[in-house]
Ligand binder design. Structure first.
Ligand code: 2P0
Length: 347
């Protein structure tokens, strides 16, 4: 029996400048460019293995040990058919190659974190799917080329094909041929940048990103302002802050953009709530910490769910977590440092 196998991992990416809104739902073309940080391979990631064999009777997909029907959905099929087309071109050039493009695929994927709880599981999942099949097919396309395919699976997936700081350029063309991810900077260039994830809830979100985005695009006036004037400026400023390793600026833009994205959710009609009371306490806590140290040492960001991602520099890890520890463990005497108003926020 002839069987060909390949495996890859793709990490989660967390947007610091949010993608929210599609101008083309079929092709996943966004209404604004976005920026993210891809976590390291050792952290949150999808591990995907693909096998192709002439004996397989159908494409099949297992996610976290359970067979899924999603292999036949439009988005997965869009990715599979583009990848098969590219493999077919290779097989046309070299007729000795096995005809993998004509064989069915078995895909096994596993996340080491909660699926669909606003922790970008679809991003890592589709990035790993596309990268694994590209490896199996020995495709010669660049990562940006592959990012245009992963984008069709899930918009944010295009950013998980690169490590470090990544921009998804929205592009202008109607066919999506210029809507792709590019690397802004490697993590090595800013090696002391750290991310901590505070898992507030592992529950599945109740409004999917696609549904939420469509509602926001259709009903929010604030969204129009965000897309036209707010994000284009931030996109340039954030790339500048990353290249200059300016944490204060990076943190300010990250927090403001998270707030702006959640404000457009609230401005949708009916409103969409992704953050809960614990999320809001974390926001207040971060501002309190920065105020306390008279220096920006932490930035928060929230995606389409209540879980927080904190960005900070390694040298401030002790300061940051000492504070979190004091607050949440209520070490004797710690409350004397704060006003009653501040304390009430954490009671
Ligand atoms: C982001 N999010 O930039 C934003 C911030 C959520 C909030 O990308 O419909 O799962 O598959 O293209 O990529 C979540 O949206 O949506 C997302 P689809 P996706 O990370």
């Amino acid at each position: 029996m002839s069987i060909h196998v390949a495996s890859v991992t793709a990490p989660v990416n967390i947007a610091t400048l949010k993608y929210w809104g599609k101008r083309d739902k079929q092709l996943n073309l966004p209404t604004n460019s976005s920026i993210s940080v891809t976590l390291s391979q050792d952290d949150l990631r999808a591990l995907t293995s693909v096998a192709a064999s002439p004996t397989f009777t159908a494409d099949r997909l297992w996610l976290n040990g359970k067979e899924e029907a999603t292999v036949s959905n439009e988005r997965t099929q869009a990715c599979l058919s583009e990848l098969r087309k590219l493999r077919q071109e290779l097989e046309g050039k070299d007729t000795k190659l096995p005809k993998l493009s004509q064989w069915n695929l078995h895909i096994v994927s596993e996340n080491n974190f909660p699926t669909a709880a606003g922790l970008a599981s679809s991003a890592a999942g589709f990035a790993a799917l596309v990268a694994a099949i590209a490896k199996l097919y020995k495709l010669e396309q660049s990562m940006s080329d592959l990012s245009r395919i992963a984008r069709q699976g899930s918009g944010s997936a295009c950013r998980s094909l690169f490590g470090g700081f990544v921009a998804w350029e929205m592009g202008e063309k109607q066919d999506g041929s210029d809507s792709q991810a590019v690397q802004v900077s490697t993590l090595d260039q800013w090696p002391n940048m750290k991310a901590a994830i505070l898992v507030v809830s592992q529950a599945k979100k109740d409004t999917s990103s696609t549904t939420g985005m469509q509602l926001t695009v259709k009903t929010s006036d604030l969204f129009k302002e965000r897309v036209a004037h707010v994000v284009p400026k931030r996109f340039i400023e954030m790339k500048g802050a990353i290249n200059a390793k300016d944490f204060e600026k990076f943190a300010e833009l990250t927090m403001k953009d998270s707030n702006s994205f959640h404000a457009t959710c609230l401005d949708s009609f009916p409103p969409i709530f992704y953050m809960n009371d614990t999320s809001k306490k974390i926001i207040k806590l971060c501002h309190l910490i920065n105020e306390f140290y008279k220096e920006t040492i932490v930035a928060y960001t929230f995606d389409a769910g209540p879980n927080a991602v904190l960005y900070y520099l390694e040298e401030n890890e002790g300061k940051l977590f000492a504070f979190v520890y004091h607050l949440f463990n209520k070490v004797e005497g710690w409350e004397k440092k704060y006003s009653q108003d501040q304390l009430n926020q954490f009671s």
